[in-house]
Design a protein. Structure first.
Length: 262
């Protein structure tokens, strides 16, 4: 069974096309894998050995490789030759981290293999390994993209809900507290909303482009699922815009109260 210890490391997980898979030692990256199984190779983009393998052994086009190894990335997706590049972000749920410091995961999907690249631990990847352990995981590349995107969106829900609750609390408290004690809280909340939106808006666009990808990547049912995930991202972006607007109104009210007291 997959151990959470591996989540900050690199691994190979072979998919059996039936929802299950097997974790292999990373050293087998250059070995022949069982026929009929799709390898999921996970790498850290800051690891020198991983960079060397990607550059010399992976066979990935340099144009794609540059995107996979970029230090800072925004969500996007496009098909290139026989592969599909997808870059997504998830809320940062690591201990001591700020959720809005969103974690990047880069995917290069081919019919015969899946490569994911990240640096920091991402809980959505743990969700996939757990589903594989139960025999309920992705059966191929397209399914992998969908399950990962669904997990990323699902984990955003609670975090964004907390942000909305924070605005509601400030709205209730604004009449009961001195303005200087609230001004910092409102500014912090607005900054969080802005940082979330920085990645969530392009992530919505990346998912919408996946829906429009030509070729045999996604069947009609999968395209419907992609559209549903993109629609959920649209709702999140709209909620973030509303949160920013409500916070701006609170700031205006505080400023007006301050001026009236002078």
């Amino acid at each position: 069974m997959y151990s959470s210890e591996h989540l900050s490391q690199q691994w190979i997980y072979t998919l059996d096309a039936m929802g299950g898979g097997e974790l292999l030692p990373f050293e087998k990256i250059d070995s022949l894998l069982p026929e009929g199984k799709i390898p999921w190779i996970h790498l850290s983009y800051t690891d020198e050995k991983a960079q060397a393998w990607l550059a010399r052994e992976s066979g990935i086009d340099p144009v794609v490789l540059e995107s996979l190894l970029a230090e800072d990335t925004r969500p996007r997706s496009f098909d290139h030759g026989q592969g599909l590049l997808v870059i997504l972000r998830g809320v940062n749920l690591n201990i001591g981290a700020e959720p809005e410091d969103m974690v990047s995961v880069r995917l290069w999907i081919e019919p015969s293999r899946i490569i994911t690249i990240s640096h920091r631990k991402l809980m959505a990847l743990e969700d996939l390994t757990r589903s594989l352990a139960k025999g309920e995981g992705p059966v191929g590349g397209a399914d992998f993209v969908l399950m990962l995107a669904q997990s990323l969106v699902r984990r955003m829900s609670a975090v964004l809900g907390d942000l909305e609750d924070g605005v509601a609390i400030l709205e209730d408290d604004i009449l009961a507290q001195e303005s200087h004690t609230l001004r910092g809280s409102i500014s912090l909340l607005r900054r969080k909303a802005i940082r979330f939106r920085r990645y969530m808006a392009p992530q919505r666009e990346a998912l919408e482009r996946l829906h429009a990808v030509k070729g045999p990547w996604f069947d009609e049912i999968q395209k419907v699922r992609i559209r549903e995930i993109a629609d959920q991202m649209t709702r999140y972006v709209e909620d973030l815009d509303a949160t920013k607007d409500r916070a701006a109104i609170l700031q205006d009210e505080l400023e007006a109260d301050r001026e009236s007291d002078e």
